[in-house]
Design a protein around this ligand. Structure first.
Ligand SMILES: *[C@@H]1O[C@H](CO)[C@@H](O)[C@H](O)[C@H]1NC(C)=O
Length: 237
């Protein structure tokens, strides 16, 4: 009896660690993803192995000028994980300078998720100070197998030198999206640069995303979301 209880609690703990429902939402900065990476088969296979862990994966730093790299990535993912079907939804090219632009791209499993709404946050709202380099491309998903059924993702890749301001401005996006779609099931995600030198401790009090205690940060302050051994910062949140 006690052995089986022990085993049961171990299994429960295990399934908690893995997310219980098996439904996964991820964010991944692909670091200049375009034609050159798309032509490296070994790189593409590694990317496919990572992205296919997730039901929805937000890709950032997609710089696919010819529009060929993302379709190629989808093909690679399809071959890597034939059990699921994948599609992608891309924002327009975003950025203050024409010479440097990025897209947000959501790769998602069409067998578990459908897109039910999208909203490109505008570049210049009246009275807005143009806080973002890359305005969030907000997407609503329906996922019948999850208990909440529907949720909204607000992506952001901040500019390191403007991190404090951009993070704070995300709070306004969140309020607008909550009202627009009458939902509390909202997750903000991406490469926020929200740590170390880009977000000084003394500036955190100026970020409403941090000071509003009704919001919950899934990835804690002390986690290392970088791959480089010499940095330990929770940039990605
Ligand atoms: C930082 O924000 C200001 C004002 O919003 C903008 O003019 C400037 O270009 C931004 N810096 C970068 C590197 O995007």
């Amino acid at each position: 009896m006690s052995m089986s209880l022990l085993l049961l609690s171990f299994l429960l703990a295990l399934s908690n660690v893995q997310g219980g429902s098996n439904f996964r939402i991820c964010a991944f900065n692909l670091h200049h993803f375009g034609e050159s990476k798309a032509n490296k088969n070994d790189v593409m296979t590694i990317l496919a192995s990572i992205i296919s862990r997730c039901d929805v994966c937000l890709l950032q730093e997609v710089r696919d000028n010819k529009g060929t790299a993302v379709p190629k990535l989808l093909q690679t993912i399809g071959r890597y994980d034939p059990q699921n079907q994948y599609d992608a939804l891309a924002s327009e090219r975003l950025g203050r300078q024409k010479s440097y632009q990025e897209q947000y791209v959501f790769v998602f499993r069409t067998n578990t998720v459908t897109v039910t709404g999208q909203y490109q946050y505008p570049d210049n709202l009246p009275g807005d100070e143009d806080a973002f380099s890359r305005e969030p491309f907000v997407v609503r998903f329906r996922a019948p197998k999850t208990s909440i059924k529907e949720f909204v993702l607000i992506p952001q890749h901040t500019t390191p030198s403007n991190t404090t301001k951009e993070l704070d401005a995300l709070y306004d996006v969140l309020q607008q999206v909550r009202k627009m779609w009458k939902t509390e099931n909202v997750m903000l995600l991406g490469d926020f640069n929200a740590d170390c030198g880009y977000l000084a401790k003394k500036n955190r009090q100026n970020v409403r995303l941090i000071t509003d205690s009704s919001l919950y940060w899934l990835i804690p302050e002390n986690s290392d979301t970088t791959v480089r051994l010499t940095t330990s910062c929770s940039y990605d949140r």
